[in-house]
Write a protein that binds this ligand. Structure first.
Ligand code: AMP
Length: 187
């Protein structure tokens, strides 16, 4: 089973992905984590990523698409993929369709965790205290939310046509969201 978790920063994609990884023994592809790892390596590409991320901007499609390709094609992960934070642009969504088609896979569920701006600001402030992420200050949060809304709308329109698309109220408690997801992912 392959699942895409979709929604603004702070919607709970990471938490729900981890839940699904445990439950379904799947492999999580979190582009945020992958990019943060690249930064730690302190390569030229890492510096470019860090610069974009800290400004609340998206990292280029070329870089992100390049980083996930091998993971999608890895036989160990076949039909066991949870996409967390990818795709975020229409070009990424189209790239994902192609990668899955070429590896004989498909998306079984797309969950859109929908949350309003106020809830996101509260959640990310709390996360900053716990995780101390450098892109979690208030200005960056607002920038990330706006970038998300502008850039991700075409992805939402693209997935709305997909019969496997489900919108979930992401402002619910974590466990309530899990129960809701369980009603679809019934294993
Ligand atoms: P996240 O951990 O998913 O909240 O992502 C943190 C930051 O990483 C985002 O604000 C972007 O700068 C970058 N990022 C993560 N995933 C993507 C993606 N699919 N495309 C472009 N940039 C991304």
């Amino acid at each position: 089973m392959n699942i895409v978790l979709f929604g603004p920063p702070g919607a709970g994609k990471g938490t729900q992905s981890k839940y699904l990884v445990e439950k379904l023994r799947c492999f999580q592809i979190s582009t945020g984590d992958i990019l943060r790892n690249e930064i730690k390596k302190n390569t030229e590409i890492g510096k470019k990523i860090s610069n974009d991320m800290n400004k609340g901007k998206f990292v280029s499609d070329e870089i992100v698409n390049g980083l996930i390709k091998d993971l999608v094609f890895d036989k160990k992960n076949k039909d066991r993929l949870i996409f967390d934070g990818y795709p975020r642009t229409l070009s990424q969504a189209q790239n994902l369709e192609l990668l899955l088609k070429n590896s004989n896979q498909k998306i079984d569920f797309i969950f859109f965790l929908n949350v309003n701006k106020d809830t996101i600001i509260k959640r990310i402030k709390k996360r900053k205290e716990i995780e101390k992420r450098s892109d979690d200050d208030l200005n960056t949060i607002l920038k990330r939310y706006d970038t998300y809304m502008e850039t991700t709308k075409p992805v939402l329109d693209f997935y709305l046509k997909n019969p496997n698309f489900h919108e979930i109220d992401g402002s619910m408690e974590i466990t309530e969201i899990m129960r809701k997801i369980d009603t679809f992912v019934n294993v």
